[in-house]
Ligand binder design. Structure first.
Ligand code: AHR
Length: 644
């Protein structure tokens, strides 16, 4: 039930989860040298020519031709994603696809003020040497994968991949990569990459370990990817197309990230999608952290907040085929076309996909028309796949009512409700699902977050007031777990120096990361889930706001342990007796975990990541009774063994 929503917003993928340190590594940004700078001791000592071979290799058209004509120093630097985070003693792998002159490169990490943080020399086309030395191993950089064959883009024309590794001599959040050309000559270069050796599961070209660890620690039930509006695109051309995100990273076609200029107050013109983190990596991430994969696909509609373009219904087939092929990619035998690609990428076993989203925040009859065609084709071929459907961007407007009524009549599987609302809305709506039709579609509370300010404004904060309101509201999700099948906070990640949207569950910079109070609320639910909902009552009624209290209770399948969640939203302490009925007794002690803060405006931060953090203790029980001191503004989780 409790899962995570990943979207490539706020530099969550490139510059975030995807551990590549070089921005615009393939020179495919609209401004081909964005993020790069030329350096020379003497004007005219060298030139950079950007060559576009779009006819030949449309997925990765550009490369640079570097010519160095003199003994004067000539080089290039890359600024990374708001700098590059490097750590003292860690190994970094530099790689480049190149052809032509046997030039020697000096590769350096440079910190602010010009301090050298480690360097290596690489003679292109030969064995490499490095200072701060580590042995050069097999190609570890951007091009490393299990496919065995050369990427299409470099299969012809004399390209080779050269690599060198070195150790950083100091820790720095804003390093830059410098590449100096030693010796005269001309060389072509593409896919210039720098990765830390240390990644999640130490995979070459992999994911940032601290960020994945935060996700794994949540033990999420599912992971939805890749968004969000990113699926829709501002227009159909910039929609997310999963087939362009699999195979060799060199062959994945970069596109602009739709969030780069979405908000005038947070312009991010250097935000693109390299798709180094693509659908294969998402599926593998899901598997790694024990979460069901939930991909969402474009349904032939671009974002209705932007262009609202739709593909004519008669031209929808390729979109539907993408969905069918995705199921084959995830689950198909390696003898099928798409299953074979998954196998070649190193995962012959299926990913066991069971859920698929059709469209993100779509609305109107145009969605129903397109959804119906998707549903028919997918259910016919894959009757076991459950579809997640949009009911629009709001939980209670005319768009919602139309889709909710229509999709229920169409016997849709799962309805994806979104709410970005004030904390009070969450408190007032804790009973939202108490009266939903128990026999209707399941509900996916797919995107929600309490907003301390107006939605999509920069002053929104991940403060305790918001997190506490979410904790209170989630008692209502848990109480109605027969209807609410899944729930996820949104968005998931934000780079502290590169975000567009706030609030977000996890914040990070180039070296550090932390969970917000909202993160700990989510984590307390997902790591304290049960199998059976049992009534939590006050004066015979479910607890959803009486005396500022909210509560829900679950047991494991066998009924051996009770897990009780209680939120006290009042500014004063409350002493309560919890009396557990229908059992012989309780274990003598119960475990109590409390998440709290004295001031609703309190927050966690990069410098104080655990200001609000769960604290665990033991409380005694008597017979069937637990006496609890509920602290002001607190979320408490009580776990106790039951004697039957
Ligand atoms: O989570 C941020 C955005 O909010 C999502 O992309 C979209 O689905 C919603 O409007």
């Amino acid at each position: 039930m409790w899962g995570i929503f990943f979207e490539d917003i706020n530099m969550a993928a490139d510059g975030g989860l995807y551990a590549e340190l070089v921005k615009n590594r393939s020179f495919e940004f609209n401004t081909p040298l964005m993020g790069w700078k030329e350096h020379s001791d003497m004007p005219g000592s060298g030139t950079i020519l950007v060559i576009n071979r779009a006819q030949e290799t449309p997925a990765n058209p550009r490369y640079i031709r570097v010519s160095h004509y003199s003994d004067a120093a000539f080089g290039l630097s890359n600024e990374g994603f708001r700098g590059m985070g490097v750590r003292e003693g860690e190994t970094y792998h530099f790689s480049v696809w190149d052809r032509g002159g046997a030039m020697k490169l000096r590769v350096e990490l440079i910190g602010p003020g010009g301090v050298n943080l480690g360097r290596a020399w690489l003679r292109l086309g030969t064995v490499t040497s490095s200072q701060g030395a580590v042995a050069s191993g097999p190609s570890p950089g951007a091009g490393a994968d299990a496919e065995g064959s050369a990427p299409d883009v470099f299969a012809h024309g004399g390209w080779r991949q050269d690599t060198v590794s070195f150790v950083a001599t100091a820790t720095e959040a804003h390093a830059q990569l410098y590449i100096w050309f030693e010796g005269q000559g001309t060389v072509d270069m593409d896919m210039v990459s720098l990765f830390p050796q240390h990644t999640w599961k130490e995979r070459p070209g992999g994911l940032r370990a601290d960020l994945v660890q935060l996700l794994a620690d949540m033990k999420p039930g599912f992971i939805r990817f890749p968004g969000g509006c990113i699926v829709e695109g501002r227009d159909l051309v910039s929609r997310y197309q999963w087939k362009k995100t699999v195979g060799h990273v060199e062959d994945r076609q970069l596109i602009v990230n739709r969030w780069n200029t979405e908000f005038a107050h947070r312009l991010t013109p250097d935000y693109y999608q390299s798709f180094g983190l693509g659908f294969f990596e998402y599926f593998r991430l899901a598997e790694d952290i024990g979460a069901e994969p939930l991909p969402i696909l474009n349904c032939g509609m671009a974002c209705q907040f932007n262009t609202a373009e739709v593909v004519p219904v008669g031209d929808l087939d390729p979109y539907i085929q993408d969905a069918l092929d995705l199921i084959e990619f995830a689950n198909g035998d390696v003898n099928t076309k798409w299953g074979a690609l998954r196998g070649a990428m190193g995962h012959p076993a299926p990913f066991h996909l069971k859920l698929l989203g059709v469209g993100n925040e779509q609305w109107g009859p145009q969605y129903i028309e397109r959804y119906t065609l998707f549903a028919r084709a997918i259910h016919q071929r894959y009757p076991d796949i459950k579809l997640v459907n949009s009911v629009g961007p709001e939980p209670d407007d005319a768009r919602f009512r139309f889709l909710n009524d229509t999709l229920r009549k169409l016997h849709a599987d799962i309805l994806d409700e979104h709410y970005y609302r004030a904390p009070d809305w969450f408190l007032q709506n804790a009973r939202r699902y108490d009266h939903y039709d128990r026999k209707g579609p399941g509900i996916f509370a797919g995107e929600y977050a309490a907003q301390s300010d107006k939605v999509a404004t920069p002053n929104n904060k991940n403060n305790w007031r918001c997190a506490l309101a979410e904790a209170a509201y989630m008692t209502g999700l848990e109480r109605n777990a027969d209807v609410v099948r899944m729930a996820s906070y949104a968005p998931l990640f934000a780079h502290a120096e590169g975000w567009q949207w706030t609030p977000d569950l996890i914040w990070f910079d180039n070296l550090r990361s932390y969970g917000t109070p909202d993160y700990y609320v989510q984590k307390l639910y997902s790591t304290n889930r049960g199998s059976v909902v049992v009534p939590a009552l006050l004066n015979g009624e479910s607890i959803a706001g009486q005396d500022s209290l909210y509560a829900s209770a679950v047991t494991d399948r066998e009924g051996r342990e009770l897990i009780l969640k209680i939120v006290n939203t009042s500014s004063g302490p409350q002493t309560r007796n919890v009396s557990v009925k229908g059992i012989r007794g309780l274990a003598r002690e119960a475990g109590l975990t409390v998440l709290k803060s004295d001031h609703p405006a309190d927050m966690n931060s990069l410098s104080d990541p655990r200001a609000i953090y769960p604290v665990t203790s033991i409380v005694p029980t008597t017979g069937d009774n637990i006496r609890l001191q509920l602290q002001p503004y607190s979320f408490s989780v009580i776990r106790v063994s039951l004697v039957r």
